[in-house]
Design a protein around this ligand. Structure first.
Ligand code: GRF
Length: 217
């Protein structure tokens, strides 16, 4: 057995992506293990999922901190106890400071429910429907100072159907999120991914466009 990557996962809610990661770690489909799950909200389902898997959890409630800097400093302190190889934002709904992003640069990834650079920010599914897009999807990207703007590692696409609502589309996108996110984490764990000069290296090659997941064989 090679190296097992240590992960810290940050959540704010349901944690269905967290569950997909937990399951693939448990099945050894990826060479990773979750050291800690941190939520900025108490009593969310994602915390129960982590506890059910025997993972240490912390709640760091942003409302208890004077500003973003002190909140992020508290996060950094807890995360660093794990010395993680990778910090995973899995539905973590707080904007992070430049200091935080710099501290974890190259080992901080996020999943966003759109085909970036389209629809940074919120309400991505409604915006895709309103624009008449024929496809939607999810992007996994390295996090840099620009919100939802870091270099995209991989994307998964789904077709938008004529009768889709934001809810039905979100559900279909979430299903592919549960595949693409663990896959990217697995590549990172196997040291196939790097952030270099604001570009993604995959197997030492600069990506000219995001990897399309699932991979064609
Ligand atoms: C996902 O749609 C993710 O793309 C977005 O927040 C949602 C989190 O869902 N950033 P869950 O908590 O993993 O179920």
């Amino acid at each position: 057995m090679g190296h097992t990557a240590s992960l810290v996962v940050l959540i704010s809610g349901s944690g269905s992506n967290l569950q997909a990661i937990i399951d693939q770690c448990a099945d050894k489909r990826i060479n990773a293990s979750i050291c800690r799950v941190i939520s900025n909200k108490a009593d969310v389902k994602g915390l129960a999922r982590a506890e059910a898997a025997g993972i240490t959890t912390d709640v760091i409630d942003h409302t208890q901190y004077a500003d973003r800097d002190t909140f992020d400093a508290a996060l950094i302190e807890v995360i660093d106890q794990c010395k993680p190889d990778l910090v995973v934002l899995a539905g973590f709904m707080r904007i992070l400071t430049e200091g935080f992003v710099t501290h974890f640069k190259g080992r901080l990834i996020n999943i966003h429910p759109s085909l970036l650079p389209k629809y940074q920010g919120l309400n991505t599914h409604q915006r895709a429907i309103d624009a008449g897009d024929s496809e939607a999807g999810a992007s996994v990207h390295f996090v840099t100072e620009e919100l939802d703007g870091g270099p995209v590692i991989a994307q998964a696409k789904v077709l938008v159907e004529a009768n889709d609502t934001a809810e039905t589309l979100a559900k279909r996108v979430l299903t592919v999120e549960h595949g693409i996110f663990p896959a990217v984490i697995g590549w990172f764990a196997d040291r196939r991914l790097q952030l270099d000069n604001n570009q993604v290296l995959f197997d030492q090659q600069t990506l000219s466009s995001p990897i399309q997941w699932p991979l064609a064989n």
